[in-house]
Design a binder for this molecule. Structure first.
Ligand code: MV4
Length: 449
């Protein structure tokens, strides 16, 4: 191991991703500090970390989002670095900046990069500049209804108005004609101003039935960038992904190659470092268009790990310690077979309502080609305060059919009693002809529920 590697890392997160980061640290011989809210006192990350510190009450605003509490815990335990996981403070440029001035390495991109990728209209302009395809739309932020109508008339309806500081589906308006544009623009601007740091709104061509495809990348702090293929994330409901896979059954090899080449240049030019995901929409023709950058490790990262054999969390830590990507990856990254992830949520499959509570019966599947990332266990409690993810079930096979078959077998052996879960929903998806045929878009779940 490189001599400059961290001695101790604090994990500013909870649940399965906290445990996932602890595992990566153990593999690297790094000590770990868990921070937890009062609701997570008996959780597995607390049990398996070398040290654990309570940072506040259940409510996230006073624990997992409380920057002073987390920094205090980091200083008391004398850690070298903080891994933010996903959600919570993972894309908070202010937190990354506080880490920097406190002399603690933030395991993620620099605050300046997080901040510029968080301005969607700017990220869009940067990608365009480097030849990454974007949808036709406004040049930057809209300054008037007249300008919006001019742009929309030029590119044709429908168009979509998006909050520049938004993302993940918040602050968007679809517009079908010039008549309704002024009102929708005002609504979008008001909503953006109230919900985000800025009322800026931009406009682009609306795709009615897109597929959602995203590319995983790793970039070191020396200008080396590697693209680790794509994930198909179209199976979602209300912007919550349910099932992800790699490779996408719809992406043509020639489109993949072209986009990966351009992306590599853009990411280098941005000065991006650490792990990241670049989201695209695919239109009916099979072409890809950039939408946004996620400057964090994502929930669905295991499908990429199964196909490439690269431990992405370990890579994140080594990158943050200043190591070079060619050493971390050790040669050409091959892409082998097909992987699928099912998100097992604590929710009622009838109405998708959260179903927190105590797990009274539990059996984990295993066997060839199966991986489970979870913090759940027999007699464990899924608290009501956070997201409802109970486990991620990942199946790998030589091809998509084998991955689907292994996933079905694992779902049959996966028992969670005491709470409702999305296991029955996943069984239904995997038996649907259109899913098996790879024939679906982001409206798949809406169509049959
Ligand atoms: C779009 C779109 C159609 N056309 N942009 C939603 C989340 C945000 N990241 C971008 N989103 C969309 N942007 C254009 N020009 C449709 C969506 C969209 C969507 C995208 C990905 C996955 C699920 C989605 C569900 C509804 C809408």
């Amino acid at each position: 191991m490189a001599s400059g590697l961290f001695k101790k890392v604090l994990i500013a997160n909870r649940g399965e991703i906290a445990l996932r980061v602890i595992c990566a640290c153990k593999d690297l011989g790094i000590q770990t500090v868990a921070v937890y809210s009062e609701a997570d006192r008996h959780s597995l990350p607390v049990r398996f970390a070398d040290q654990a510190i309570c940072i506040g009450p259940a409510r996230s605003a006073r624990s997992y989002l409380d920057i002073p509490s987390i920094i205090s815990a980091a200083e008391i335990t004398n850690v070298d670095a903080i891994h933010p996981g996903y959600g919570f403070l993972s894309e908070n440029a202010g937190f990354a900046e506080v880490c920097r001035v406190s002399g603690i390495k933030f395991i993620g991109p620099d605050p300046e990069v997080i901040s510029s990728m968080g301005i969607k209209e700017r990220a869009r302009a940067i990608m365009k500049e480097h030849g990454v395809p974007i949808l036709p739309g406004s040049e930057g932020v809209l300054s008037s209804a007249e300008e919006a109508i001019g742009t929309a008339n030029r590119i044709g309806y429908p168009v979509i108005l998006k909050a520049s500081a938004g993302g993940g589906g918040r602050g968007m308006r679809v517009c079908n004609s010039a008549e309704e544009l002024p009102n929708l623009l005002a609504q979008a601007q008001n909503e953006a101003g109230a919900a985000f740091s800025s009322a800026d709104v931009y406009l682009e061509k609306y795709i009615r039935a897109p597929r959602h495809i995203e590319f995983q990348l790793l970039a070191d702090e020396h200008g080396n960038v590697e693209i680790l293929g794509e994930r198909e994330c179209s199976i979602q409901r209300r912007h919550q992904k349910l099932l992800e896979e790699s490779p996408s059954p719809a992406l043509r090899a020639e489109v993949r190659k072209r986009v990966e080449t351009k992306l590599k240049d853009a990411i280098k030019a941005i000065g991006y470092s650490n792990a990241g995901t670049v989201e695209f929409l695919m239109d009916e023709k099979g072409d890809l268009f950039f939408i946004e950058v996620n400057a964090r490790i994502q929930v669905e990262h295991p499908v990429t790990e199964m196909v490439t054999g690269v431990d992405l969390v370990k890579a994140q830590i080594r990158i943050a310690a200043g190591e070079k990507l060619p050493e971390i990856l050790g040669g050409k990254v091959e892409r082998r077979g097909h992987a699928i992830e099912c998100r097992i949520n604590a929710e009622n499959p009838e109405n998708f309502q959260p179903s927190p509570g105590r797990i009274t019966g539990f059996n984990l599947p295993g066997g060839i080609g199966i991986r489970v990332d979870t913090h759940a266990h027999q007699d464990g409690v899924i608290p009501p305060y956070y997201d409802s993810l109970v486990a991620k079930l990942i199946a790998h096979g030589r091809d998509r059919d084998e991955a689907i078959q292994r996933m079905k077998r694992a779902l049959d052996l996966f028992v969670v009693e005491g709470i409702h879960t999305s296991i029955p929903l996943h069984k239904r998806i995997l038996n649907e002809k259109d899913f098996v045929d790879g024939n679906f878009d982001t409206n798949f779940i809406t169509r049959w529920t």
